[in-house]
Design a protein around this ligand. Structure first.
Ligand code: STL
Length: 404
């Protein structure tokens, strides 16, 4: 992979395909005036198993690295915990490791050199005295309302919201300073937190960062939905080829409909950009469908527009298109699966991180009256322990997981 050195070319690559850029001038100044690598980070909370949608941010990491940037991936373990305990402390360290292995394998699978890529686990610095003091400082300049609104698109919304949901956005803003970056990258769903960071870091003596936002790419369910309760709406990165076929076959894909079509979006936002990256040339596209002879034989597309046009006019049927997509996904996942199969560590992290994962059955919940602060445990998930014990357990469990 060749690395871009011309500031204009670098900036184009850094912002390629993004939906929105805030304060791009900060990046231009680093490239043109300071003439040093731009430092960018992507934060991810290691909760559920990474799925094929993960290729979308990975493609951007590839662009950043190709533009000579120093890229950090923050494995935000405490954020995963703060977000309604989406990842319990017992397993969050394993999930963080699993994410690291998956991300590295994904990048290697698309020929991206990862020597300039740094992984940081949040709890490594977010439990320091200085970071804690910064949360307190920020909590003195950000209103409860603003913190709540900032997290509205990111923090799971529940009937009786916990205080953790207000801390989450403050910490994300502080991560920019503590990771020492020039810019933060994420999906456009992060926008409100990004704006909170821009508006408030200067009030506690830190500089404002640039923000880079990817569009949201639809999943495989109807209306582009990806739902935790429907396992068919997401294809894991480590998935058996037969399961891939099954999930693709069950994806919503109405004949002639190119608007509400998650598979077509996948081709547009993942397959094509990866091909462009691998070929180091824009506009390349190759999509082959191994159609049986009795239905007309193999088809080969060299343009996404042609593929879309044929699907829209129903010249290309959902069945044939799905067969092509399933093959493509399996082709993309094969080298990643091979790394997984060859690495006992990779397997161990998956096993330990997700062994207790069970499909969330719709639980019948009793309507609990909001009893306010006189009842500190009210509305907490089952099994939550006393606050002091919980606090000690946090540090102990994180330490224990690190030692293992
Ligand atoms: C998710 C899903 C997602 C993004 C994130 C979490 C981001 C988390 C995060 C945490 C701390 C940071 C930055 C980002 O400093 O799409 O569950």
């Amino acid at each position: 992979m060749s690395v871009a050195t011309d500031p204009e070319e670098q900036y184009k690559l850094i912002t390629k395909g993004l939906q929105e850029v805030l304060n791009g001038q900060i990046i231009k100044d680093v490239l043109e005036k300071e003439k040093r690598p731009v430092k960018i980070y992507l934060g991810t909370a290691p909760t559920g198993k990474p799925h094929c949608g993960y290729f979308v941010p990975m493609i951007k990491l590839a662009h950043f690295l190709k533009a000579g940037c120093e890229v950090t991936v923050l494995l935000a373990d405490l954020h995963a915990y703060l977000d309604n305990m989406k990842a319990p402390l017992e397993v969050v360290q394993y999930r963080a490791k699993y994410y690291e292995y998956v991300i590295k394998a994904m990048l290697r699978s698309i020929n991206v050199p990862i020597d300039k890529l740094r992984f940081v686990v949040g709890s490594e610095y977010q439990l320091s005295a200085q970071y804690t003091m910064d949360i307190f400082k920020l909590s003195n300049v950000v209103s409860q309302n603003d913190a709540k609104r900032a997290g509205a698109d990111v923090v799971k919304q529940v009937a009786n919201p916990l205080l953790s949901g207000l801390i989450y956005p403050l910490m994300q803003a502080l991560d920019e300073e503590h990771l020492g970056v020039d810019a933060q990258f994420g999906g456009v769903d992060q926008r409100k937190i990004f704006v909170l960071a821009e508006e408030n870091l200067p009030s506690v003596g830190y500089k404002k960062r640039a923000h880079l936002m990817n569009p949201m790419v639809p999943g495989l369910g109807q209306g582009g939905k990806m739902s935790a309760s429907d396992p068919n709406s997401k294809i894991d990165i480590i998935e058996d080829p037969k399961v891939v076929k099954k999930k693709v076959n069950s994806a919503y894909c109405a004949p002639g409909d190119i608007k509400d079509n998650g598979l077509l979006s996948f081709v547009e936002y993942v397959v094509q950009p990866i091909q462009e990256l691998l070929a180091e040339q824009d506009g390349v596209f190759k999509f082959d469908i191994d159609r049986p002879e009795k239905y007309g034989g193999p088809i080969s597309y060299t343009s996404l527009d042609q593929l879309k046009a044929d699907f829209a006019s129903e010249k290309l049927s959902p069945v044939d298109f799905k067969a092509g997509v399933a093959d493509k996904i399996n082709e993309l996942l094969a080298p990643i699966k091979a790394e997984f199969d060859a690495s006992p560590d990779f397997q161990e992290y998956q096993q330990k991180g997700y062994h207790q994962e069970q499909p969330k059955a719709e639980k019948k919940t009793k309507k609990v009256k909001n009893k306010g602060t006189r009842y500190p445990g009210a509305g907490k998930p089952d099994g939550a322990s006393a606050p002091e014990a919980e606090a000690e357990a946090v540090t102990a469990k994180l330490e224990e997981a690190k030692l293992n």
